[in-house]
Design a protein around this ligand. Structure first.
Ligand code: SF4
Length: 345
């Protein structure tokens, strides 16, 4: 489906990419002479945010404000309204999303992680007897490990493939929680995927996107997690679809964040709903709070913003919440199987 990120004219403000929060970034900022910097940090760095802001202030001489709203990706960097006086943004923990236009000069600091011993990780994987043909996927922090780990795995007898995704992904092998198109491109050539990174967020999304076993390895701890139980994940989503099938009045949710706005998709879904005899109201928001949906005379929702809101946080909402493909399943326009992940292009 179309997204709302391409209907723009003129030259976008520049984006710059830095691997770490350090001298190279500070020197580039000094050269740019910003008056005011807005600093955005991901949840894992909130505790350090004020030390980082102080360091930025000291190194650049600029005024620095901290964007306090929780952020989850490069899709929701501080808007003009949130930081109207800032001429520069420093966004930590994310790579740019190539098809999302920034609103001011933006310095993405990917927080690349240097640690992780490829030989030791390959040995751990070898002992677990993973399938021979593996697809590698990584979060941006651990992308530098993909090359050395590929070489180590191949020395151990694996065949390893790395896919290049669509215009929402900056690097081969990279995954976003809403986009696994790099993995999808090679799914037919591998027997399993190995996610390189920490936590369950990316492996769960990957397991919903590709019908292959998804293992994951934490490169810092050296721990290999068993494959995600895809059948249970998909079964839960099919139950959510079934629960919403008879809903008459739908709310179609649209976010105003730069990289989460799919208004054209929302309008297309509204048309489909009306064609199937349903009512469908479009609701706009920036960051969705379950309280904002309380007390509404609506039976169910379809969420066109971050797909992971419905998939991971759907239980926080009082009414069923589906992704766009799941909504089409509920309308009877798509079959329940094979399950279709809501890829955000
Ligand atoms: S839309 Fe969701 S999953 Fe995708 S980058 Fe944004 S926060 Fe992450």
């Amino acid at each position: 489906m179309a997204d709302g990120t391409t209907e723009r004219t003129g030259e976008p403000p520049p984006s710059y990419v830095f691997p770490t929060f350090g001298p190279e970034l500070f020197e580039a900022l000094r050269q740019a002479h910003p008056e005011r910097i807005v600093l955005q940090v991901p949840a894992g760095l909130v505790r350090n945010a004020h030390d980082l802001a102080a360091q930025l202030r000291e190194e650049t001489g600029a005024r620095v404000t901290v964007a306090a709203r929780a952020c989850f990706g490069a899709c929701d960097f501080p808007s003009r309204d949130e930081a109207p006086k800032s001429d520069v943004a420093v966004v930590l923990g994310h790579s740019p999303i190539p098809n999302v236009r920034v609103v001011r000069a933006t310095y993405f600091v990917e927080m690349r992680e240097a640690s992780g011993d490829p030989e030791a990780l390959a040995a751990t994987i070898g002992r677990a007897a993973l399938p021979a043909r593996l697809g590698l996927v990584a979060s941006v922090q651990h992308l530098d490990l993909v090359g050395p780990l590929t070489a180590a795995l191949e020395r151990g007898g694996h065949s390893v493939r790395v896919g290049r995704g669509d215009r929402r992904l900056a690097y081969p092998a990279q995954a976003l929680g809403c986009n696994y198109t790099g993995a999808e491109a090679i799914a037919g050539e591998v027997d399993a995927f190995l996610f390189v990174g920490t936590g369950q967020f990316h492996p769960i999304g990957l397991a919903l996107a590709v019908d292959r076993p998804v293992w994951s390895i934490d490169p810092l701890q050296g721990e290999l997690a068993p494959p995600i139980d895809r059948a249970t994940l998909v079964g839960r989503r099919q139950l959510a679809v079934a629960a919403a099938r008879d809903a008459r009045r739908w709310g179609i949710l649209v976010s105003s964040f730069a990289g989460q706005n799919r208004m054209p998709t929302a309008l297309a879904l509204q048309e489909r709903a009306v064609a199937r005899g349903r009512d469908a109201e479009i609701l706009v928001f920036d960051r969705l709070d379950p309280k904002d949906l309380e007390g509404r005379a609506l039976d169910a929702y379809v969420n066109t913003a971050c797909p992971r809101i419905a998939l991971d946080d759907g239980g926080l909402f009082a009414r069923p919440m589906l992704t766009p493909p799941e909504f089409l399943m509920a309308l009877g326009e798509l079959p329940l199987a094979p399950y279709r992940f809501d890829t955000y292009h």
